[in-house]
Ligand binder design. Structure first.
Ligand SMILES: Nc1ncnc2c1ncn2[C@@H]1O[C@H](COP(=O)(O)OP(=O)(O)OP(=O)(O)O)[C@@H](O)[C@H]1O
Ligand SMILES: [Mg+2]
Length: 302
């Protein structure tokens, strides 16, 4: 695995506020990495430092092996969209992109190409940005990030303000960019939003790393319990059998909540007892719960 971005022991203080606290993580080349944390966790600050827009108090960041400032053609290596980047409201989307193209000395032909890529081609591109919806602005941000045809995309909360169709579109677009071999680092404060898009996730809270790894591991918790339904006479026998197999049983009217043993164990106990099951399923925490637990745990430790 090659790292597109390496963050090592990054710390950033604003006066007495420690926004980033000894944060280390890597972003895999050619993958979509979700950068997750609740409000104020330090996501934007970290992205700004990666992009050379802010300097760290200590620690290092490398993009393709070198600090951002040492990239020969940064616009062609990293495309970014940050939350506070503004648009001139009187300019059209197309003119905004033209201005950026000129500044970065990129060919003007890219303007139409990226408008097409983000579904803003047509009359919308020539309307004043001041009249754009939040979703259109997000598309324009992404278009701007794509201008240099960069190998790496750094996107700060690009899903903010998008409706469900917009989020689906963003997801498909980001997956498509990764399929082309690009690296995508995308921040969000909503785990569920990123879970279906990302290959890897980096979770931070209060400026510290909470967890990082493949989204399947971080975002899909182990089952917490097995729920089983059956007629009442069978349930009593099943409960006893599960308990003697080492499971914990919570008894309810018409159903049991079993912990400490696998669903298969419960199913086999039912078969051995001749109990007809009406339902058998695993109970898992929702992604939202996992995320809240991860980030609250860190908060309590801090
Ligand atoms: N320029 C600044 N001056 C002082 N404090 C700052 C500055 N920028 C960020 N902070 C503080 O650093 C911490 C991290 O902020 P940051 O914007 O990076 O969080 P975030 O994860 O992007 O949050 P959000 O989800 O709300 O965008 C916050 O406590 C914030 O108040
Ligand atoms: Mg932010």
């Amino acid at each position: 695995m090659r790292a597109a971005i390496e963050v090592e022991h990054l710390t950033k203080r604003f006066g007495s506020v420690t926004a980033i606290d000894d944060l280390s993580f890597t972003v895999r080349e050619g993958a979509v990495t979700g950068f997750l944390g609740p409000n104020g966790a330090g996501k934007t600050t970290t992205l700004r430092i990666i992009l050379g827009l802010a300097s760290p108090t200590s620690g290092t960041v490398r993009v393709q092996g070198v600090p951002y400032a040492q990239l020969a053609e940064p616009a062609r290596v990293v495309g970014a969209s940050l939350e506070r980047a503004g648009f001139h409201p009187g300019r059209s989307g197309r003119n905004h992109l033209r201005a950026l193209c000129a500044m970065a000395r990129l060919p003007m032909s890219r303007v139409d190409e990226v408008l097409e890529l983000v579904d803003l081609a047509g009359p919308a591109a020539d309307r004043r940005v001041g009249g754009y919806s939040l979703g259109m602005r997000q598309r324009l941000h992404l278009a701007a990030a794509l201008l240099g045809d960069p190998a790496i995309l750094v996107l700060d909360e690009p899903a903010n303000g998008l409706d469900p169709q917009g989020i689906r579109w963003l997801r498909d677009t980001l997956r498509g960019l990764a399929r082309e071999g690009r690296t995508v680092l995308v921040s969000s404060h909503v785990l569920a939003e990123v879970a279906q898009t990302a290959d890897d996730v980096v979770v931070i809270a209060r400026g510290r790393l909470v967890d990082q790894g493949p989204v399947d591991r971080v975002g899909s918790p182990e089952p917490e319990a097995v729920i089983v339904r059956a007629a009442d006479d069978g349930l009593a026998r099943l409960a006893a059998a599960v308990e003697s197999a080492g499971g914990g049983v919570e008894r309810h009217e018409g159903w049991l909540r079993v912990t400490g043993v696998a669903a298969a164990t419960v199913g086999e106990a039912a078969l051995a007892q001749g109990v007809a099951l009406h339902a058998l399923y695993e109970q898992r925490a929702s992604l939202e719960e996992v995320f809240l637990r991860l980030t609250e745990g860190e908060g309590a430790a801090a």
